[in-house]
Design a protein around this ligand. Structure first.
Ligand code: PLP
Length: 404
């Protein structure tokens, strides 16, 4: 089902051709060019980048070229990029790193209620160490109001962390506006850009951010690798100590295959960004319109226009998201009922609750996140299957029966 994507240069590994993958916000398949690059590094460029001999120098060259690639995409300087083990580590490094470096200046941190757990949990840990955290609310579309950021600032505010786009509902935040406010006040600004890097534009100067987190596996690259951008002149304390790699900011022998894979995926993702945004937005709107027209008792969650190109999130009345996901899986379709991190617990996604959805609406949510390799044919098959599944599940729902 990947053939008719129109992206002939972007072939993915065909793991299961007859299975439709609509969960790109959770992770993406790895591009075959990326797999080839990773293999090349494992077999030919196995050197330790800290060693002065030829294999070491070869590894170092790959490392620094990868750094330059990522930096260029972000509009940053190479020296501002630190490679990490993924988005989670990048966020932890940013939050703990800034909190500790600036703790003499103040102990107040501002964030939003809808951050990824990789931001919320480190902040929870910091609050136990005496930091004061302000959680900004979002509107019904999932957006933070820049005025609320302004109002929350205090003399002791050292850091603001607001994600660039939300992983559940795809809402894009007004980061540039917040960035302008914070620059004026001289407050450090971090954004979790894991969902936006190579999916929309992420120039650090346009956004006005001082730190920005990215991850490899959300952009058709490998898992277990990511990066943190830190603006020159911003002090931060390392999180992992050891041999002093990455200029002492993140010790540990560099993961050359992973880093080169991340860079390769980013280069391809950035080169095709414009056509990807256009294609995915069109597919998303087609899916959204067809679902809203053909299925009763459904609402779209998230911002109507300011959202990630590939993200659709719906709530279906009288139905549980988990049940839909299981039935879709049986039909050969991968979708998500919320955040993968919270789907094993019985708590509805915190993002949806923060947007003012009832428990029922939050439990009845379904997230479809598209990738460039998806086709309209797949969307049509999905819509047909979903209609049947919704009908079946409502038929066995006592709540629904009471309403008809
Ligand atoms: C996936 C994700 C992360 C975590 O990245 P990992 O590389 O899986 O650790 C952090 N933030 C957001 C918004 C994400 O979608």
């Amino acid at each position: 089902m990947y053939e008719n994507s129109g992206f002939s240069n972007n072939k993915t590994e065909k793991v299961k051709k007859d299975y439709i993958y609509f969960d790109h916000a959770a992770t993406t398949p790895v591009l075959s060019e990326v797999v080839a690059r990773i293999n090349e590094c494992f077999t030919k460029f196995y050197g330790n980048a800290s060693e002065p001999h030829l294999p070491g120098r070869n590894a170092r060259e790959i490392l620094e070229n990868s750094r330059t690639s990522v930096a260029e995409i972000l509009g940053a300087g190479s020296s501002e990029i630190t490679f990490t083990s993924g988005g989670t580590e990048s966020n932890n490094l940013a939050l703990f790193g800034i909190a500790e470096a600036y703790s003499k200046k103040g102990n107040h941190i501002i964030t939003s209620e809808i951050e990824h757990p990789a931001v919320l949990m480190p902040l929870k840990a910091l609050s136990k160490r005496g930091f004061k955290i302000t959680y900004l609310p979002v509107d019904c579309n999932g957006q933070v109001d820049p005025d609320d950021v302004k109002k929350a600032l205090r003399a002791g505010t050292i850091l603001v962390s607001v994600m660039h786009a939300n992983n559940i509902v795809g809402t894009v935040q007004p980061i540039s506006e917040i960035g302008k406010i914070l620059k004026e006040k001289g407050v450090i600004f971090h954004t979790d850009a894991v969902q936006t890097f190579c999916n929309i534009w992420t120039d650090v100067n346009d956004l006005g951010v001082d730190l920005l987190s990215i991850s490899g596996h959300k952009i058709y690259g490998p898992k277990g690798v990511g990066a943190l951008y830190v603006r020159k002149g911003t002090r931060f304390v390392p999180y992992i100590y050891g041999g002093g790699q990455e200029k002492g900011r993140r010790s540990g022998t560099e993961n050359i295959p992973g880093i080169a894979g991340l860079a390769k995926a980013a280069e391809i993702g950035f080169a095709t960004l414009e056509e990807k945004i256009k294609r995915l937005s069109e597919m998303r709107d087609y899916l959204k319109n067809r679902i809203l027209e053909s299925i009763p008792g459904v609402r779209l969650n998230g911002h109507p226009t300011e959202r990630l190109p590939g993200n659709c999130n719906f709530s279906f009345k009288f139905i549980e998201g988990e049940a839909m996901v299981l039935r879709l899986d049986m039909a050969g379709i991968a979708a998500s009922s919320g955040s993968a991190c919270s789907s094993s617990s019985m708590k509805p996604a915190h993002t949806l609750k923060a947007m003012g959805l009832s428990n029922e609406e939050a439990f009845g949510s379904l997230r479809i996140t598209l990738g460039f390799e998806n086709s309209y044919e797949e969307l049509d098959y999905f819509i047909d299957e979903l209609q049947t599944i919704i009908r079946d599940l409502r038929d066995i729902s006592p709540l629904y029966k009471n309403t008809v």
